[in-house]
Design a protein around this ligand. Structure first.
Ligand SMILES: Nc1ncnc2c1ncn2[C@@H]1O[C@H](COP(=O)(O)OP(=O)(O)OP(=O)(O)O)[C@@H](O)[C@H]1O
Length: 288
C-alpha cells in the first residue's frame, strides 16, 4: 500500500504534518520550504493571494503533485499520497466545483464515496457483478443519513444536474464524509455560493471534527480521533470564522501561521494582500 510504511507505528494525536515541502514547475518555485500541521480535531485554513501556492499545496497532499523536497506524515506514518488511494489512507477531499457523477443519483454519488472495500462492492453492484444486498442497504442508509445531516435528504433520488449549485456542493461534501476520513481536505468550498449559503457552510465546517460518525471510521490509520479539516479558501470571512489555525502563503512561502486573531493583526499578511486595509473583506469578490 503506497503512502504508509506497514512497520511504522502510528503516533496518536499526530495529525497531518508537512515538513519543508518544496515544489518547482520548471524555473518557477511554487512552494518553498512549506511546513504546517493539522492536529486532530482542528480546522486549519490555508490562505494567500492569487498564485501563492494554495492549490499546489492541496495537490501535494492529494498526491497530484510530488514535492521535490520535504516530507509528509499522517499520525506519525510517512505519507506518500496517491489520488486513487486517499480513502484508504483516511483522507477525503472535495474539489473546486463539485465533480459529481452525472449518471448517478445524489444518494448513489454519496454511496460511491464510502470506503474502498464498500465502494468496490457498490461499483460491482453498478456493473451487475454480484453484490451483497445487505451491504448496499447499509451504504444507502448511511448515505441517506449524511444527506439528512447536511439538510438535503429530499434530493436523494434526484440527478445532480437538476439541482442548484449550493445543493450539489453539499452532495460533494456528503460524498467526502461517506469515506469517514480522519483528514478532510476542502478546496474552495465557498466558491460560487451566496452569502447565506456560506454562513451555513461555516456552521457545517466548524462541526465537522465533532461528528459522531467519525468514531470507528474505516479510513486509513483511523481510530476514534476526531476528524481534522484542511481548508483552502479565498473567502476570508469564512476562514476567519471557522479555523483554529491559519497558514498564510505568499509566493510559495509561509509568511504567517496563527489563530484568526493573530493573522488578522499580522502586518506581513496585510502587506501580502497589497494595500488591503482589512483582510476580512478581500475575499468574496476575489473568489467569485
Ligand atoms: N502545473 C503548473 N505548471 C506551471 N506552473 C504552475 C502549475 N501549477 C501552478 N503553477 C504556478 O505555481 C504558482 C502557484 O500556483 P497555485 O495555483 O498553487 O496558486 P494559488 O494560491 O492556488 O492561486 P489561486 O488563488 O489563483 O488559485 C503560480 O505561479 C502558478 O502559476
Amino acid at each position: 500500500m503506497a503512502g504508509t510504511a506497514a512497520t511504522t507505528q502510528p503516533v496518536p494525536g499526530g495529525g497531518l504534518i508537512l515538513d519543508g515541502i518544496g515544489v518547482r514547475f520548471g524555473g518557477l518555485v511554487a512552494l518553498d520550504d512549506v511546513s504546517l500541521r493539522v492536529s486532530p480535531g482542528q480546522v486549519v485554513g490555508v490562505i494567500g493571494p492569487n498564485g501563492a501556492g494554495k492549490t499546489t499545496l492541496f495537490n501535494v497532499i492529494c498526491g497530484f503533485v510530488r514535492p521535490a523536497t520535504g516530507s509528509l506524515t499522517l499520525d506519525g506514518r510517512p505519507l506518500r499520497p496517491r489520488p486513487d488511494q486517499l480513502t484508504r489512507l483516511g483522507i477525503a477531499r472535495t474539489l473546486q466545483g463539485v465533480g459529481l457523477f452525472t449518471g448517478l443519483t445524489v444518494a448513489e454519488n454519496v454511496m460511491a464515496g464510502a470506503t474502498n472495500s464498500a465502494r468496490a462492492g457498490f461499483l460491482s453492484a453498478l456493473f451487475g457483478l454480484g453484490r451483497s444486498d445487505r451491504d448496499e442497504r447499509r451504504l444507502r442508509a448511511e448515505a441517506l443519513g449524511l444527506l439528512d445531516e447536511l439538510g438535503i435528504a429530499e434530493h436523494a433520488d434526484a440527478s445532480p444536474a437538476t439541482l442548484p449549485y449550493g445543493v450539489r456542493k453539499r452532495v460533494a461534501l456528503a460524498r467526502a464524509l461517506a469515506a469517514r476520513p480522519q483528514l478532510l481536505l476542502l478546496d474552495e468550498p465557498a466558491g460560487g455560493l451566496g452569502v447565506e449559503e456560506i454562513t451555513e457552510l461555516g456552521e457545517l465546517i466548524v462541526n465537522l471534527p465533532r461528528r459522531a460518525d467519525r468514531v470507528g471510521g474505516a479510513g486509513g490509520a483511523g481510530g476514534d480521533e476526531p476528524c481534522s479539516v484542511l481548508l483552502v479558501e479565498h473567502h476570508m470571512d469564512l476562514v476567519m470564522s471557522v479555523c483554529d489555525q491559519i497558514v498564510v502563503l505568499d509566493f510559495g512561502r509561509v509568511i504567517a501561521t496563527g489563530t484568526p486573531e493573530q493573522i488578522r493583526d499580522d502586518p506581513a499578511v496585510a502587506e501580502a494582500y497589497l494595500g488591503v486595509d482589512d483582510i476580512e473583506h478581500t475575499s468574496a469578490e476575489a473568489a467569485a
